[in-house]
Design a protein around this ligand. Structure first.
Ligand code: AMP
Length: 299
């Protein structure tokens, strides 16, 4: 089954101990789409400015991401800039320039409105709500967010969460949203806000899936060379949702495999800057890493 994703398509300026990239391709919807396309058809809803390099459009087309919902507006593309700590565990946002996203009012093409799977990638919750309203009874709705929106748009975010089946957020965000230091309590509180399931990402320590009556944890895949963690969370969500949409059903076994595929896809993103590695991944790379990961976590 296919997935509709709305989120950012961006030009990122990123500094890590491995080096620096200026105006490299990024954005939550970009990482998500390219990861999910390894499993299932994906349609993308976003806006870029007329400064957006054609080579990035070509790359998305090469991956057969449906771009009918990608608007090219007069103005500058969304830009984000960040710097990582020496051990890559902390990231400081230096700037966020919404640019063409500030006035973006998506009008979904008619064939997008019947999408079975909807993913609202990290972007202003007002925009996430706007897209959600236009879609007719999706089979599954999931979303991501970030600290900026928890701080500045919490009311809209909480409204959105009432209609969400699976909510992705990272550990500090879960604590920030609930004011709870204990992750188990934070997750249960988030489930009371609406989502049936919550996935809490713990960076290099893996991810935990909570429902009201079950918990499943997976560690991250150990890598010997991490270059740039930007987009890891969006790629994780792309692998997860892509696998789920391909399976077409939501059972405990499918969810567990989906977390493993999300984890595996994220490893390709962090091994390079931007989508350098992710965009070149083959089915055989994915299968090889999935099988290694299985060995790593079974006992
Ligand atoms: P992640 O590392 O998974 O948190 O995702 C990083 C990506 O999110 C980058 O490529 C940024 O362009 C994008 N991003 C950063 N801040 C925002 C924001 N406020 N809204 C939407 N996308 C953002």
């Amino acid at each position: 089954m296919s997935i509709l994703v709305v989120g950012s398509v961006a030009l990122d300026t990123v500094k890590t101990p491995a080096g620096e990239r200026v105006d490299a391709l990024g954005g939550s919807a970009t990482y998500f789409s390219v990861a999910a396309r390894n499993f299932t058809p994906v349609s993308l809803v976003a806006v870029v400015g007329n400064d957006f390099p054609k080579q990035h459009i070509n790359m998305l087309k090469k991956h057969k991401v449906d771009l009918d919902g990608l608007e090219i507006a007069d103005g500058k593309t969304f830009r984000w800039s960040g710097v990582y700590s020496g051990d890559l565990n902390d990231r400081t946002t230096l700037s966020t320039d919404l640019n063409v996203f500030a006035a973006f009012e998506p009008k979904l093409p008619d064939n997008y409105k019947k999408t079975p799977f909807l993913f609202l990638a990290n972007i202003d919750p007002t925009l996430q709500l706007n897209v959600l309203k236009q879609v007719k009874k999706p089979k599954l709705t999931a979303c991501d967010t970030m600290n900026l929106w928890i701080e500045n748009k919490q009311e809209e975010l909480r409204k959105l969460l009432k209609s969400i089946d699976i909510f992705f957020l990272n550990e500090p965000e879960a604590k920030m949203l609930t004011g709870r230091g204990n992750l188990f309590k934070a997750a249960q509180e988030i489930i009371k806000m609406g989502p049936k399931r919550v996935i809490i990402k713990k960076g290099e320590h893996g991810a935990i899936l909570f429902s009201s009556n079950s918990v499943f944890c997976l560690p991250a895949y150990l890598l010997d060379d991490v270059v740039d963690p930007t987009g890891a969370g969006d790629t994780f969500a792309g692998g997860f949702m892509g696998y789920l949409a391909k399976a077409g059903k939501v059972t405990d076994a499918v969810l567990r495999n989906a977390i493993a595929y999300g984890t595996v896809m994220a490893t390709f993103t962090v091994e390079g800057f931007s989508l350098d590695k992710l965009a070149k991944v083959t089915q055989s790379d994915i299968n090889k890493r999935f099988n290694n990961f299985k060995k790593l976590v079974s006992f």
